[in-house]
Design a protein around this ligand. Structure first.
Ligand SMILES: [Mg+2]
Length: 362
């Protein structure tokens, strides 16, 4: 059995309105998809990366993957990592590998006719999610509607919002918005915040202190994830869980973060794919740290089902929208959980061939 071909596509889904967090704004969601074919089956993997990922896949990975044994996913992964040595592993190259890796696991599960989460050895058949959005660009009504809607209408008992608007320009305003969010979701729901590295160390410590009074439990990237010492300082000065890990591109990045966070957030579309994600989860288990999977919920849910030390999966608003537009078989949360369909082989997703075309970029 050989992989006969590997199709690579880029889709760009415009947003109705520009969105922003504390340190970045964006007006579209880009998805690079990979579809390998072998033995009459086609797999599907993707990354929420730049169109540059597609270029890396075409120029550096397609020839290597074509002709490989579709059952030997980790062997192909190893060869991909070796092949991009001179490109640099973190960033685009790692995201390119992530998309191919997810597609290869999906293909293998389809060939073996098992759901992807069973292939990894599931320890659970559903995973808790948190609703993630609360962008700085939302006005007060939109903020209340989104976060309150997840809690009261969709039944997700935990939500996350963005703070540190304009690189932490007005922490008092950030805290006002957190207060609004708390009022919208009620006293019982869990409230989490993400500063996207927008605060200085001392700003973050002061904000953390106030967040405790608002019943917030999670403070993500209070300072830049590049500032390991700063993360560690803030963690020592707050009762909130300090979380980071979305910019981990290889196992060693997560090793470096482990001593300075309470929860690690590997992203299956960035960290090197499902292959590396599962290693990150094992590394965390050895340090009694829980994993919370960062975004790409429709893919994340499968390795998460095979992870004993899982806290939850991020149900990210933009990705929920993109996945509904591009794929059939997308999971919707019920009772705060995502439950992969055990009757569907692989990840259970299918590219909507005609509907997706309007978003095709190349
Ligand atoms: Mg984040």
């Amino acid at each position: 059995m050989q992989i006969e071909k590997l199709d690579v596509s880029t889709f760009e889904i415009p947003l109705e309105k520009e969105e922003s967090d504390g340190t970045l704004s964006w007006d579209s969601t880009t998805v690079v998809t990979v579809q390998p074919t072998a033995a009459g089956h086609t797999g599907l993997g993707f990354t929420y990366g730049s169109a540059a990922c597609a270029l890396v896949i075409r120029d550096h990975l397609v020839d290597l993957v074509t002709g490989a044994d579709p059952l030997d996913v980790t062997g192909t992964w190893e060869r991909m990592v070796r092949a991009i040595r001179n490109l640099g592993r973190p960033g685009i190259a790692s995201m390119a590998i992530s998309a191919v890796d997810a597609a290869l696991w999906d293909l293998k599960a389809r060939i073996l006719e098992v759901p992807l989460f069973h292939l990894f050895g599931a320890v659970r058949d559903e995973v808790p999610v948190y609703g993630s959005g609360g962008f700085c660009s939302l006005d007060e009504d939109e903020l209340r509607a989104q976060l309150g809607g997840w809690v009261h209408d969709t039944g997700i008992p935990r939500v996350k919002m963005k703070i540190a608007a304009g690189w932490g320009a007005d922490p008092g305003r950030d805290l006002e918005r957190v207060g609004l969010a708390r009022a919208a979701i009620g006293p019982e729901a869990e409230l989490m915040v993400d500063a996207n590295g927008g605060y200085t160390r001392k700003q973050a410590v002061r904000v953390a202190h106030e967040l405790e009074y608002l019943g917030v439990t999670w403070f993500e990237e209070p300072v830049s994830s590049d500032d390991l010492e700063g993360l560690g300082e803030i963690r020592a000065m707050t009762r909130l869980d300090v979380a980071a890990g979305e910019y981990g591109y290889r196992l060693m990045d997560f090793r470096d973060l482990l001593p300075v966070v309470d929860v690690l957030q590997p992203d299956v579309g960035r960290c090197g794919g499902i292959t590396e994600w599962l290693r990150v989860a094992a590394l965390c288990a050895a340090h009694s740290i829980e994993v919370s999977s960062h975004t790409a919920q429709s893919l994340s849910v499968h390795p998460c089902c095979a992870t004993p030390n899982l806290r939850h999966v991020e149900y990210f608003a933009d990705h929920a929208r993109a996945e509904r537009l591009l794929f059939d078989g997308v999971l919707e949360p019920t009772g705060g959980m995502l439950r992969p369909d055990p009757s569907r082989p692989g990840a259970g997703l299918q590219l909507k061939d005609t509907d997706a075309e309007r978003y095709r970029r190349d």
